[in-house]
Design a protein around this ligand. Structure first.
Ligand code: BGC
Length: 745
């Protein structure tokens, strides 16, 4: 890396020598599809012609960045084409969806968030960055920091759930993991938080559909994770697809300039989501592709992520006829060149392929993935202490369910460069753990559930397993029931296949898809003890299971070493300590749902807003059990009253009352009794993950100052700090009982 003065001088010099066409080229990112074997049937003809078109553009020197290349030999080859294609030797920036790992697959992002453990999350993305950088990827389109409160929206899996504070901690940890100490650190890549902004509030939970977000929700809920990611140094931001309050996010000057630059202080470069510049025309906002390019650039977009013919190619003409200012173009080019320079790409644009192979094979990465999976699982129910299972007292175990043996589903969505061969399924993990102790019988029970409409990734050959056409449903169910009857315990692995969740995977219903509910009920009816292991990225309707199945462990999509992690949790080698990053509804009719609601008319009925069913969740936000128990003593506040700028220290003694060491995520919820706006009945304001030895007590202290109390008020249309009274609760979930109060002002 060079120092700042040299950097500016080099970029000034380049800007002075580059042609308009070359400058505009820097603002264009193309997909480059290296199609896997097996892809092709029904593939979009544009996609199959894409490689030749992109290579021609590289040879002409008019490409700034590529995405979707993960083979180091290919990144080197394409990089060489780019460098030789322009007389200035400007290298390409390679971006990719490094969402939860590249070769080593970590638990999905919502799972990592469920660890409530910034260290684990940072370590996961450090590994992902190392693998990505080794193959020549410089930039992750991650983290996704969109707050999601509607489980119908499939992309809930990519974020950190419903809460702005947890979302902020998770966002910052991911940025630190991807980028390291500073942008340009070796073995690290640029982080690109997305999708700016409000994308998680899609109408009806339907992906890409419009978002109407109130100002208070925008400032108080949607923006904090972006702010945290920017404060952590994120080098890039991706603009969102949808309309935000009637203006497309990718053509919204107020959003991309006044909010992002002026209010949040972002200094890096903005890329659109894929095709989102051209979409401005689709939105009936821009007149045509040229108008779309002008309006996106003028709004604050620096780079277009283009699928086919990019809209930004029209900028050359727009510069000539004055619709775009050259200073704005130079600003955008500069932002992109600065990143290339900070990454050291002018000096070292290529990767060492042998080194890449070594990094990708690093066994330490798999160990990290297993540790992360162990820390992400959430024990939802444990009646009668059914878990952990004692491996020495079991003669036989039945592992049942179509997801138990699926390598692809174990990894979850948003992975492309995985190795199925090294993926440990739940059935394999259990069999390995019990080898020499108990017999393990594996039964599918029911056919794999299927989407009604195909996944967008199917055309690339990426699918979850399907049942054969001659699948005999009755025989499969009979075999599963017999296996359960003969076993000491039945472990039933159910949930959604990985292609049922993620982008373009919204769902109007939250039930266990396919025949899985029937299978579960049949297995429970055998009278054998049952543990339900859930694989999911959204809460599912498990009302029946929550009453009838004693043990429920949510393992999400646990990744490469998922099966080993799940076995270690089930048999007590390690204890679950994850907590829900979202409120778990009883039924789809309750969504959107979250914990930070305000009090309203007839509060005595707030739990009974529907006449047919309670409006309380099935499991509260922050819920998660372990293999020990904790008791919270009284909450202490060090001052009854503080000034407006004052800080109180809230402390509580937490006792581990069980006979096993354990981890508790101690959560503090705050409520402001009156003020400029109505404030949530409870809102997470602080948390800490603490290890407490069996029989021991730890004191946990939190400082609650102006930053924890400030909020954006729609009454004053500004940030306010009220003189008021606060309630504070501390506990293990959003129903925390230990209470105190203090006065401010
Ligand atoms: C998604 C982005 C993703 C991009 C590139 C889009 O469809 O919305 O999150 O980064 O594709 O794959």
């Amino acid at each position: 890396m060079t120092d700042t003065t040299e950097r500016t001088a080099r970029i000034d010099d380049l800007l002075a020598r580059m042609t308009t066409k070359q400058k505009v080229g820097q603002l264009i990112q193309y997909f480059y599809f290296s199609l896997p074997a097996g892809a092709g049937e029904g593939i979009d003809p544009f996609i199959s012609r894409q490689p030749q078109a992109v290579e021609a553009a590289l040879a002409e020197g008019v490409v700034g960045s590529l995405l979707f290349v993960t083979d180091p030999a290919e990144t080197n080859r394409l990089q060489k084409l780019a460098i030789e294609g322009n007389e200035h030797g400007i290298p390409l920036l390679f971006g990719f969806d490094v969402i939860h790992g590249l070769r080593t697959i970590f638990p999905v992002p919502i799972a990592l968030a469920a660890s409530w453990d910034a260290d684990t999350i940072e370590r996961a993305q450090t590994v992902a960055a190392r693998e990505a950088r080794a193959v020549g990827i410089h930039w992750a389109f991650a983290p996704m920091v969109d707050i999601a409160r509607d489980a119908r929206w499939g992309r809930i899996i990519e974020g950190a759930g419903e809460d702005p504070l947890l979302g902020s901690v998770v966002a910052a940890a991911q940025v630190r993991g991807f980028q390291g100490e500073e942008l340009g650190a070796s073995e690290h890549i640029v982080a690109g938080p997305k999708h700016f902004a409000g994308y998680g509030a899609a109408l009806g939970g339907r992906d890409y559909d419009e978002v109407d977000l109130s100002d208070q929700e925008f400032w108080n809920t949607c923006l904090p994770p972006f702010k945290a990611a920017i404060d952590a140094g994120a080098g890039n931001i991706m603009s969102a697809y949808m309309d935000l309050n009637g203006v497309p996010a990718s053509g919204n000057h107020w959003l991309l300039t006044e909010v992002l630059r002026d209010a949040l202080g972002f200094e890096g470069f903005v890329v659109t989501d894929a095709n989102a510049a051209k979409d401005l025309e689709t939105h009936h906002f821009a007149a045509d592709a040229a108008d779309a390019a002008v309006r996106a650039l003028n709004a604050g977009v620096d780079m277009e992520m283009g699928i086919f013919q990019p809209a930004f190619a029209n900028l050359i003409e727009a510069i000539d006829d004055g619709r775009v200012d050259t200073a704005r173009v130079d600003e955008a080019v500069r932002r992109i060149l600065v990143v290339k320079e900070k990454l050291g790409l002018f000096e070292q644009p290529y990767v060492d392929e042998a080194d890449a192979r070594r990094v990708l094979a690093d066994p330490a990465h798999r160990d990290e993935a297993q540790r992360a999976a162990e820390r992400s699982a959430v024990l939802l129910r444990n009646e009668g202490g059914i878990l952990p299972l004692d491996p020495d007292s079991l003669g036989s175990v039945a592992v049942i369910g179509p997801l138990a043996t699926s390598q692809r589903d174990t990894l979850g969505p948003w992975v492309f460069d995985f190795d199925l061969g090294e993926t440990v399924t739940i059935a394999e993990g259990i069999a390995t753990r019990l080898a020499g102790k108990a017999s393990v019988v594996v039964e599918q029970g029911v056919a794999e559930p299927k989407r009604t409409f195909p996944s967008m990734f199917e055309q690339f050959g990426d699918t979850s397993p399907s049942a054969p056409a001659d699948f005999d449903a009755d025989a499969a169910l009979d075999r599963a029931v017999r296996a359960a009857t003969d076993a000491d315990v039945a472990i039933v692995v159910l949930g959604e296949q990985q292609d049922m969740i993620g982008e373009n995977a919204s769902r109007s219903d939250l039930s266990l898809p396919g025949d899985q509910q029937r299978l579960l009920e049949a297995v429970v009816a055998t009278g054998t003890r049952v543990v339900l292991v859930l694989m999911n990225g959204r809460p599912l309707d498990i009302r029946w299971a929550a009453e009838n199945v004693p043990g429920i462990l949510d393992v999400w999509y646990p990744g490469t070493r998922g099966g080993s992690a799940v076995a270690s949790l089930l048999f007590g080698d390690t204890a679950p300590a994850g907590k829900l990053p979202f409120t778990w509804p009883r039924t789809v009719g309750q969504v959107p749902i979250h914990h930070a609601i305000t009090r309203s008319h007839a509060p005595q009925n707030q739990d009974k807003r529907y006449w047919n069913e309670e409006s309380t969740p099935l499991f509260p936000f922050g819920h998660g059990l372990g293999y020990t128990s904790f008791e919270y003593a009284e909450v202490r506040v060090d001052a009854e009253r503080v000034g407006l700028d004052g800080t109180v220290t809230v402390s509580v003694d937490v006792a581990n009352t069980g006979d096993r060491d354990g981890v508790e995520v101690v959560q503090l919820y705050l409520h402001q009794r009156f003020g400029t706006s109505s404030r949530p009945l409870r809102q997470l304001a602080a948390f800490e993950r603490v290890e407490i030895a069996a029989g021991q007590t730890e004191t946990v202290a939190f400082r609650i100052g102006p930053d924890e109390r400030r909020y954006w008020s729609a009454a004053t249309r500004d940030w306010v700090l009220d003189a008021t009274v606060f309630d504070v609760w501390v506990g293990g979930d959003a129903n925390a009982q230990a209470h105190a109060e203090f006065t401010v002002g």
